[in-house]
Design a protein around this ligand. Structure first.
Ligand SMILES: *Cc1c(COP(=O)(O)O)cnc(C)c1O
Length: 548
């Protein structure tokens, strides 16, 4: 076969870049036209996938799936296998992402994604991304020494979960430094300890005396700064990086194979995946799995009070702030969520507190591609048209705070997805009901609880009812990361004790030595730039002294 037909290339959702390699899209993160990278083709599964993949380990399954998106001419198979093996050897369970049945009566299963180093689902992607960065850099640096070596400076902002997962994904990686800003005193004690107790020389925590929005503004200013871009190669690890989406496809297949081996699963059964959703990255991986051919009737979006996606599926309008009046579908009165000045509401599930979902843009591209053109149109024209639609929608989001799609696009979106919005009160209730009656003793974190609350509602649907309906709900974090919500829900319940929830790895973590630099908000992004430049320089000099 000509390598041309098997090689996977990437394009930007806004039409400005085509024909990029996997390495280019991973190192760049965001396209130069402001769009996100997607594969030119969603690969189709090999015809014997169901039998051939059924008994594969998580790692081998990941290899099969990644191979459909990464050409062997870019990463030879032995290298890809090695990257995968190293990425998942840090997980605490052999199965990497096990599935447990939570509710036998209603066929509700939980896909546990929190067995990685930081106890959050983001580890699945960031362990892989860290190894990919290192692999590409070391390869580029093969015959280079000292200051000629390419060095990557990863910069990110976090309100909690992403930061620690990125730090654990990148710690100790050659030719890579990582700087993570967090708002000082505004992340949970355990999350702060997880980040700042990592003492590897290439890990730099910056505590900013400001809000998460200030941290994000600093990141944006640095990426836009010509001066630092002249001297440093900046990279991002946020959820728009294509490699993160790719890495998350594996567990949809893995969970499917786990489920079909169970007695309760019959040939006529249907499957819904339920995903606690913020930036739309996790569920987008499910969409790719479905489009590749994984049997799933629908993907269920579960949001908290930050419900821009839920409102879109109700009305076809994607708006930062719901318009008041008839169509307003914003926070329910009494759902307890506090609105921030940026418009984001603070909820019990902070990792899903977003105003807009960046990865939604990728879905919009595929919807526009399918709805506004047919397979008889020339491919290049179809792609260009989809890019134009996405560009105009996203421009409207920026200038007017929102846009509306027509009914054809909305119908296409509804064919693959359903959505539910879950309040804080319902979140606490789901934690409590699961612990006391559905699966006695099982403790959910508030994000996973949003998934279960949505699954319980979806399981009442005619099309998805038991016995033929099965729900696989994604558990995105370990309950010990969100102590307050768990206490609120379970305080005083028989059999509930924090010592049983808290993993061994968290005990004593808060007393360990820390390293963190402080930045005053008044120092501005230039202050952050000074710290980044000085700390990278110190790191490079230390490496030179060590003779690297
Ligand atoms: C990041 C995160 C989510 C949201 O995932 P998206 O890919 O942003 O939709 C949900 N739960 C937890 C615990 C997270 O850390």
């Amino acid at each position: 076969m000509a390598s041309h037909t098997t090689s996977q290339r990437y394009l930007s959702t806004r039409g400005g870049s085509y024909d990029l390699s996997f390495e280019e899209v991973v190192l760049k993160g965001l396209a130069s036209d402001g769009g996100l990278f997607i594969p030119e083709e969603i690969p189709v599964l090999p015809s014997d996938w169901a039998s051939r993949w059924q008994h594969l380990s998580f790692e081998d399954l990941a290899y099969e799936i990644f191979s459909l998106y990464i050409s062997p001419s870019e990463i030879p198979s032995a290298d890809l296998k090695d990257i995968i093996r190293r990425s998942y050897s840090t997980f605490r369970t052999q199965d990497v992402t096990p599935t447990v049945t939570l509710d036998e009566k209603r066929n509700i299963h939980l896909l546990e994604l929190f067995h990685g180093p930081t106890f959050a689902f983001k580890d699945v992607a960031l362990q892989f991304l860290g190894n990919l960065f290192e692999y590409f850099l070391v390869r580029r640096n093969q015959s280079k020494t000292g200051r000629n070596r390419e060095h990557l400076t990863v910069i990110g902002a976090t309100s909690g979960d992403t930061g620690s997962a990125a730090i654990y994904g990148l710690r100790g990686k050659k030719d890579v430094s990582v700087f993570i800003m967090h708002p000082h005193g505004k992340v949970s004690a355990i999350q702060e300890a997880q980040m700042t107790t990592v003492l590897d020389a290439n890990v730099h925590n910056l505590a900013v005396d400001g809000t998460f929005d200030d941290c994000q503004d600093f990141v944006k200013a640095l990426f836009a700064d010509p001066e630092i871009n002249k001297t440093h190669r900046l990279a991002a690890v946020n959820s728009i990086n294509w490699a993160r989406i790719l890495a998350q496809i594996t567990y949809y297949f893995h969970a499917y194979f786990n489920l079909i081996k169970q007695k309760s699963f019959l040939p006529a059964s249907i499957i819904r995946f339920v995903v606690p959703t913020g930036n739309f990255g996790d569920i987008l991986a499910g969409y790719f799995a479905k489009r590749m051919g994984l049997p799933s009737e629908r993907l269920v979006i579960a949001t908290n009070a930050n419900d821009i996606l839920h409102r879109f599926w109700l009305t076809g309008a994607y708006e930062k702030k719901p318009v008041h009046g008839r169509e307003a579908a914003g926070g329910e009165p009494g759902d307890g969520a506090q609105a921030h000045e940026s418009g984001v509401k603070e909820t019990l599930s902070p990792a899903m507190d977003i105003l807009v979902s960046s990865n939604f843009e990728r879905l919009l591209w595929f919807l526009a591609y399918e709805v506004y053109s047919t397979s008889s149109d020339p491919q290049s024209q179809r792609r260009a048209q989809a890019g134009e639609h996405v560009r105009s929608w996203l421009n409207a989001l920026k200038s007017d705070g929102g846009f509306r799609v027509d009914e054809h696009i909305l119908d296409a979106a509804k064919a693959d997805f359903k959505s539910y919005r879950v309040s804080d009160a319902e979140t606490l209730d789901a934690i409590k009901t699961v612990f006391t009656s559905i699966s006695p003793g099982y403790v959910l974190d508030p994000h996973s609880a949003i998934g279960i609350a949505a699954a319980l509602r979806s399981a009442e649907d005619e099309e998805a009812k038991p016995p033929s309906g099965h729900h696989i709900s994604l558990a995105t974090a370990h309950p010990a990361k969100f102590a307050n919500a768990v206490h609120d829900a379970l305080q005083g319940e028989t059999g509930y004790a924090w010592e049983k929830v808290e993993p061994r790895e968290f005990k004593g973590l808060e007393d360990k030595p820390r390293r963190v630099s402080h930045v005053k908000k008044s120092d501005g992004w230039e202050g952050v730039r000074r710290v980044v430049v000085a700390e990278v320089e110190a790191e490079l000099q230390a490496a030179e002294r060590a003779g690297e």
